[in-house]
Design a protein around this ligand. Structure first.
Ligand code: DQQ
Length: 574
């Protein structure tokens, strides 16, 4: 079959299945769907520089670490199909976190303490440099327990083989711990008593919590009476991540660091909403308690690393470049059956360096500098006014796989639309009614990416400025509602507010990483990030175009735009 026919066939199947209302449920096993050959994947819709195995399902990043000159990434992987199930810890290594070599899976079900599944967890580098992994095993009674594994050969920088001691599990659910909601141990850290701490995600009724354990030998663990932290009505906290950040500067801190000039961050992934949020706060080492700052909202309305397809994220301290790196799973926007048809599902978002904004109120994120090594042919333009209702194409490079940085000048805010305060904390609903095609005062303006030549198809990445009583509110959205021409796929609009005093700056920055079926955007130099999976039908490969548009009444100016073609990374042999 010709490629275009294949794509059409895939999309018709997707369309029919969507109409039947089949949606993705991440932890269901669809065994009947795991035997069909994945040979109808169109390579041009696979990402070129996002982390992905050659085929099948992936979810959470697990145990990222740096060891003897190599970065390691493990991840939840189904070696048998494109839907969740049969989960093992797949393993890849890299010298730059951009180009990856796939190794054999590192951890897989073999023992009574993990025979029903090897779920998420984290790596900890011990004081003598030895790496360890703690992960959740699903035991033969279907209870969630925490296990430990050590490298078989410390002189192998690839860390190919891992040993799971027979004394596992090291932590089993006890009284008042829900054995089916007890998972995803964090990286361990050392307390003032030189004993280890580790936190495990859980819930009690509807209260989400991270249960804290202490150990002096990593083998025998004692549950601390109180949780490290908990919050009402948030449901199960999956994949908690707890780490220190410096109050000033971009340098990262080892997870066990403690002292003046640093704050702590707790991130949790909410099973109820499939979104994550984080708080910035204070870790009292004596009490072993974490208290979020008053400025950090401690529920699902709180700060997010990413307002789009991004979940089960995990950071690690890169001791080589002294930075903290964030990995996050970007799930698909389509149905389980569509994934089945493609033969693959899920990627990891580009690894991001994260650090605390000088205000102390949020983190900043930026793609790791190594991504620049893939930048190829470049175009630049300056001082181009985009009048109300106007748009122009950025020509001269292919843009299906590109990196775009833009600086918008917003000279006048006079025509900003009034802000309806009922949308505070709910940017997504606001963007749903004020999409890219709904005319505004100041904005919507931004980029149309993965756009077809006649613009029947396009994904909008844009800003819209509102006037509230005392300040202006800047909304950042990704609107994929026109991303697949003629097909009714699941195309969620994602949005977040940008904490920016635009009356002072009169400018706003945007960087978008476009990669065939993913758009990963960084608003205002990493303050608000949104990742979307999109499946164009026309704007594929050389048929993808890039435009700047302005659907607001006020003119805006592109004071600077730089765009690069992105080369393909070496990706696990695919
Ligand atoms: N995925 C893992 C769990 C974790 C969930 C199983 C989050 O350990 O809670 O694949 O996506």
């Amino acid at each position: 079959m010709e490629t275009s026919h294949k794509i059409f066939a895939i999309l018709v199947v997707i369309f029919v299945l969507q109409l039947r209302g089949i949606v993705e449920a991440s932890h269901m096993v669809y065994s009947e769907l795991q035997s069909i050959s994945p040979d109808i994947v169109d390579d041009k819709l696979r990402t070129g520089y996002h982390f992905q195995p050659p085929m099948h399902w992936i979810n959470d990043p697990n145990g990222p670490m740096y060891y003897k000159g190599l970065y390691h990434l493990f991840y939840q992987y189904n070696p048998k199909g494109a839907v969740w199930g049969n989960i093992v810890w797949a393993h890849s290594i890299s010298t730059d976190m951009i180009n990856w070599i796939a190794l054999e899976p590192a951890i897989y079900p073999t023992k009574p303490f993990d025979i029903e599944g090897c779920w998420s967890g984290s790596a900890t580098i011990l004081s003598d440099g030895t790496p360890t992994i703690m992960y959740t095993g699903i035991d033969s009674d279907n209870n969630q327990v925490q296990n430990i594994a050590f490298p078989a050969n410390l002189s192998d920088p690839y860390l190919r083989e891992w040993i799971k001691p027979d004394y596992n599990p090291i932590i089993a659910p006890t009284f008042r711990v829900n054995a089916s909601a007890f998972r995803d141990p964090t990286t361990a850290w050392l307390g003032p008593d030189d004993h280890w701490r580790v936190a495990v995600g859980s819930k009690w009724n509807k209260r989400g919590k991270v249960i804290l354990y202490r150990s002096k030998d990593l083998k025998n663990w004692i549950q601390v009476k109180h949780p490290l932290h908990s919050a009402p009505e948030t449901g199960m906290w999956e994949c908690p991540d707890f780490f220190p950040v410096a109050e000033e500067g971009k340098l990262g801190l080892d997870t066990s660091m403690y002292g003046h000039g640093m704050r702590h961050v707790l991130k949790v992934s909410l099973d109820l909403t499939r979104f994550e949020y984080y708080t910035i706060g204070t870790y009292d080492r004596k009490m072993d308690k974490y208290v979020p700052d008053a400025t950090s909202v401690d529920n699902s309305m709180g700060l997010r690393f990413d307002y789009g397809n991004f979940y089960a994220s995990k950071t690690f301290y890169d001791s080589d470049k002294k930075r903290r790196i964030l990995w996050g799973w970007s799930n698909e926007s389509d149905s389980v059956n569509a994934d089945k048809t493609k033969g693959w599902s899920g990627i990891q978002a580009v690894p991001r360096t994260i650090w605390l904004h000088p205000s102390g109120k949020q983190l900043l994120q930026w793609p790791i500098e190594e991504l620049g090594s893939l930048r190829g042919k470049q175009v630049n333009l300056n001082d181009k006014v985009v009048k109300s209702g106007d748009y122009f194409e950025v020509k001269g490079i292919q843009t299906a796989q590109a990196d775009v940085e833009v600086e918008f000048d917003v000279a006048s805010l006079e025509k900003a639309e009034p802000f309806d305060s009922s949308y505070i904390g709910d940017a997504q609903s606001l963007c749903k009614i004020k999409g890219a095609d709904v005319k505004g005062g100041v904005g919507p303006f931004g980029l149309w990416v993965l756009a077809s030549s006649k613009l029947q198809e396009r994904t909008a990445v844009f800003f819209r400025v509102f006037k509230d009583v005392h300040k202006h509110m800047v909304l950042m959205c990704q609107d994929p509602t026109r991303s697949s021409f003629g097909l009714k796929l699941f195309k969620p609009t994602f949005a977040g507010f940008v904490d920016l005093d635009i009356t002072k700056t009169k400018k706003i920055y945007l960087r978008s990483l476009i990669d065939n079926s993913v758009v990963e955007s960084f608003g205002e130099k990493g303050k608000t990030c949104i990742t979307s999976r999109v499946y164009p039908t026309l704007s594929i490969g050389s048929n993808a175009h890039l435009y700047v548009f302005n659907n607001g009444e006020e003119d805006i100016k592109v004071s600077n735009l730089e765009a690069w073609e992105m080369r393909k990374a070496d990706m696990n042999g695919a």
